[in-house]
Design a protein. Structure first.
Length: 332
């Protein structure tokens, strides 16, 4: 792929906090007389991904022409594995600072935010940079499991304990032993099941359905929700004691409209991702397109943006992204 001209001005800022240096980038679209925003794709990106000390965020810096590297020492670089995080906004920096603070502990984490803000990704990052890295990371969407199956999914069952229980089943708590259990949509856990969950969290023990034998585990819990659990407690829709147990350390996830400066990096990342998957060579994004994408509210947050870019890449026939390839595919 031919070398592409850089038309994005990148401004690097070094911030000193807690006796260590952090580097992050903010950027804006380039000169109005230039019609395209350049994407650094191909070999240079892959080389930077393999380079020691580089993270996904530094790879995104390479996409924008910035040669970024954490400058807080080899030890800090080894501990901070944010390869999957795209963006450099102050709002995202606040989240990552909280992640760094809580990850080395075994404390319960409650991640709150709107749908599509990346709660599961942050949970996975916490696990990756924790002492439990390399051990199981087990996830369960509590809203996707029927009420009569959720207890079995969490704690397992013995053969014959349920009508269709033709064999013993190991639950997610046992699967996550010595690792991390991520419960998504924790606000949808039924009230009747919450006391057993509370005991499992406090005492690290439980019984499978149909068994009297107590299982002992060592599990770190990360919960996520898009609901206001405190308000649910006031309405008697969620147990206060379980809420107090989950609310040890809260990480609020900002909606995408609160960190618009990350949208160009996210667009670039998703265009590269889906171009590679679909075997296309999309090398440019017009400045007008990037401005429009950055101006939209994105009520579905990062997930909505990702789906829009996937559709746009699919409909693009040349090497310039065409987000309005069909009239029905315009941004509202």
């Amino acid at each position: 792929m031919a070398s592409l001209n850089k038309i994005i001005d990148v401004h690097s800022h070094i911030i000193t906090k807690s006796a260590r240096r952090r580097r992050w980038t903010s950027f804006r679209l380039g000169r109005s007389d230039q019609p395209n925003v350049s994407l650094r794709l191909g070999g240079e990106i892959r080389q930077r991904k393999r380079a020691p000390g580089y993270t996904k965020r530094s790879v995104m810096g390479a996409c924008m022409g910035a040669d970024e590297r954490f400058e807080s020492g080899e030890h800090d670089c080894n501990q901070r594995r944010f390869e999957q995080i795209v963006g450099n906004s102050p709002a995202l920096e606040v989240v990552l600072e909280q992640v760094e603070r809580i990850a080395p502990t075994d404390s319960i984490v409650l991640i709150e935010g709107e749908t599509g803000t990346g709660k599961e990704l942050i949970a996975h990052v916490i696990h990756q940079i924790s002492p439990r890295f390399g051990r199981p990371f087990i996830k369960l969407n509590c809203a996707a499991i029927r009420f009569d199956q959720l207890e079995s999914e969490l704690f397992g069952h013995e053969k014959g304990a349920l009508v269709d229980a033709i064999a013993q089943k190991v639950g997610r708590f046992e699967m996550a032993n010595r690792g991390t259990l991520f419960l998504d949509e924790a606000g949808d856990i039924p009230l009747a099941l919450q006391p057993k969950l509370l005991r499992a969290l406090q005492e690290q023990k439980f019984e499978r359905l149909g068994s009297t034998r107590t299982c002992h585990v060592n599990v770190r819990l990360i919960a996520a929700t898009n609901r206001n659990l405190a308000a649910m407690v006031e309405r008697n829709e969620f147990r206060r004691d379980l809420y107090d147990r989950l609310n040890v350390f809260r990480i609020p996830m900002p909606p995408l409209r609160a960190h618009r400066e990350d949208i160009p990096a996210l667009v670039t990342h998703f265009v590269e991702l889906y171009s590679r998957r679909m075997g296309k060579q999309i090398e440019h994004i017009s400045a007008e397109t990037m401005f429009t994408l950055s101006s939209y509210q994105w009520p579905g947050n990062i997930r909505e943006l990702q789906n829009f870019i996937e559709r746009s890449v699919m409909l693009t026939s040349g090497n310039v992204l065409q987000p309005f390839a069909r009239a029905s595919d315009h941004i509202p």
